[in-house]
Design a protein around this ligand. Structure first.
Ligand SMILES: *Cc1c(COP(=O)(O)O)cnc(C)c1O
Length: 376
C-alpha cells in the first residue's frame, strides 16, 4: 500500500489503517461470535478509498462487502478482492453481464425485478431485499407469497435475505418501537421461509446504528459502514453500545500564502467577508471541488499549528481562506487541518457536518478524487 509516492503537496487525506483495524476489533468484540462483518465500502468506502480500505479489511479476515453499484463491485474485483460482493442498489439489465463476469451478488429489489432476472435466463447469485418499513428497496414483508416465489425462481441462487432499518439511530420511544417492529417483520419472513424448507441463506439487517443500538439482535452479517470508519453520523449520536471507535480519516491542505487585510477590506467572491479590523488571512489549497462544503463559507474552522482559524469568505472551487490573525508563526507551506488533530485540538467530521447542516456520512463520502490518499 506504499507503492505510490505521495507528495502531500496540495490537499490530501491521511488514513490510519491502525485505527481501521482497531475499529474492526471493536465491532468483533461487541458482535456475537457467529455474526460476521460485511462492511459497506460503497461510495469509495465513504471517501476513504474503496480499494485501499477493502484490501485492509480483507487482510483482517473480512470476507464479505457491500457496494452500491456494479461498477464499484467491478473495481474491487479487479483489484483482487475475494469473497462476497453484494450490490445493494439497482443494476440495469444492460449491466447484467458484469454481475456474472465479476461474480457479484445482486440485491433483488422486488418481485418484478426478480422476474427481470429470470427472463434473462442466466444464473445469478442474489440476496433478496425485504421492505420491513423503510419503503425504499425490497419486496414488502406483507407479501410472503411473492417472496416465496422469488426463492423458487430456478435461475436465481438465493444466498441471502436482508432488510434495512430506517430509524435505528433514534433513541426515542416511537423510533425504538418502529425498529422493533421492523426486526419482527424480518424475523417473521425468515421463520416462514425456514418453515417452507428454504434454509440455505444468510440473513442480515443491521447497519452501524442497528449494531450500536440493537446489539442484542444478531443475524449472520452486520453491514457496518460509517461507524467502522470511526465516525458517528452526528455529534453526540454514539448509540448504546460501549465501543471505542477511532476516526480513520484526516483531511489536510497547504497554506499557500498569508496576507494582511486592513480594516474594511473584503475577501473572496462576493466580498462576503469584511475585515472589522486589521486581520491576517491564510489561503488554503482546498475547495468545494475537493469536497469541502460550500456552505462552510464564513462558518466553521480549520486548525493551523494547533490553533483554531475561522473560515472567512466564500469557499472557492479549489481554495478557501481562514483568519490566522491569532497564529503569529504561520507561514506559506504550513499544513492546515480540516478534519483531524493539530496539537491539542481536534476537528471531527461530525463537527464539519454540524457546521454544514448535514451528517458526517455526506461529508466524507463527497471528499473528492483530487485528494491524495496517504495510508500509514
Ligand atoms: C449504506 C448502507 C449500510 C451501511 O450504513 P451505515 O449507517 O453507514 O453503517 C447498510 N445497509 C444498507 C442497505 C445501506 O444502504
Amino acid at each position: 500500500m506504499k507503492e505510490i509516492k505521495y507528495q502531500k503537496g496540495r490537499a490530501w487525506m491521511e488514513l490510519s489503517m491502525e485505527n481501521l483495524k482497531h475499529n474492526i476489533k471493536e465491532f468483533r468484540r461487541i458482535l456475537p461470535w457467529d455474526c460476521a462483518l460485511m462492511p459497506a465500502v460503497k461510495a469509495n468506502a465513504y471517501g476513504h478509498g474503496a480499494v485501499l480500505t477493502a484490501n485492509a479489511l480483507q487482510e483482517q479476515g473480512v470476507q464479505a462487502f457491500c457496494v452500491a453499484s456494479v461498477a464499484e463491485g467491478a473495481e474491487l474485483r479487479q483489484s483482487g478482492i475475494k469473497g462476497e460482493l453484494l450490490v445493494l442498489g439497482y443494476t440495469a439489465p444492460s449491466q447484467f453481464d458484469d454481475l456474472i463476469c465479476y461474480h457479484l451478488t445482486q440485491t433483488v429489489i422486488d418481485g418484478d425485478y426478480a422476474r427481470q432476472l429470470e427472463r434473462d435466463g442466466r444464473r445469478f447469485t442474489v440476496h433478496v431485499g425485504i421492505d420491513t418499513g423503510m419503503h425504499r428497496l425490497g419486496e414488502r414483508w406483507e407479501n410472503l407469497e411473492e417472496i416465496v416465489k422469488i426463492f423458487r425462481i430456478p435461475n436465481l441462487q438465493v444466498t441471502g435475505l436482508y432488510s434495512h432499518l430506517c430509524v435505528s439511530d433514534g433513541q426515542s420511544e416511537p423510533e425504538r418501537a418502529y425498529t422493533l417492529e421492523q426486526i419482527q417483520h424480518f424475523e417473521y419472513i425468515v421463520r416462514e421461509l425456514h418453515r417452507q424448507g428454504f434454509n440455505d441463506f444468510k440473513c442480515h439487517l443491521q447497519g452501524s446504528y442497528g449494531v450500536l443500538n440493537y446489539s442484542e439482535y444478531c443475524f449472520d452479517y452486520a453491514r457496518v459502514g460509517i461507524a467502522l470508519y470511526g465516525l458517528y453520523s452526528q455529534k453526540g449520536d454514539q448509540g448504546y453500545a460501549a465501543v471505542d471507535l477511532k476516526p480513520v480519516l484526516s483531511l489536510k491542505a497547504r497554506v499557500t500564502t498569508v496576507k494582511t487585510l486592513s480594516k474594511g477590506e473584503g475577501a473572496g467572491y462576493g466580498l462576503t467577508y469584511n475585515a472589522k479590523m486589521d486581520r491576517k488571512i491564510a489561503v488554503l489549497s482546498i475547495g468545494y471541488a475537493d469536497g469541502v462544503p460550500r456552505n462552510l463559507s464564513n462558518c466553521g474552522y480549520v486548525l493551523c499549528n494547533g490553533k483554531l482559524a475561522p473560515i472567512v469568505g466564500r469557499i472557492c472551487m479549489d481554495q478557501m481562506m481562514v483568519d490566522v490573525t491569532d497564529i503569529p508563526q504561520i507561514r506559506a507551506g504550513d499544513e492546515a487541518v480540516l478534519i483531524g488533530r493539530s496539537g491539542k485540538l481536534e476537528i471531527r467530521a461530525e463537527d464539519l457536518a454540524q457546521w454544514a447542516g448535514t451528517i458526517s456520512n455526506e461529508i466524507v463520502s463527497r471528499l473528492g478524487e483530487r485528494l491524495e490518499r496517504v495510508a500509514d
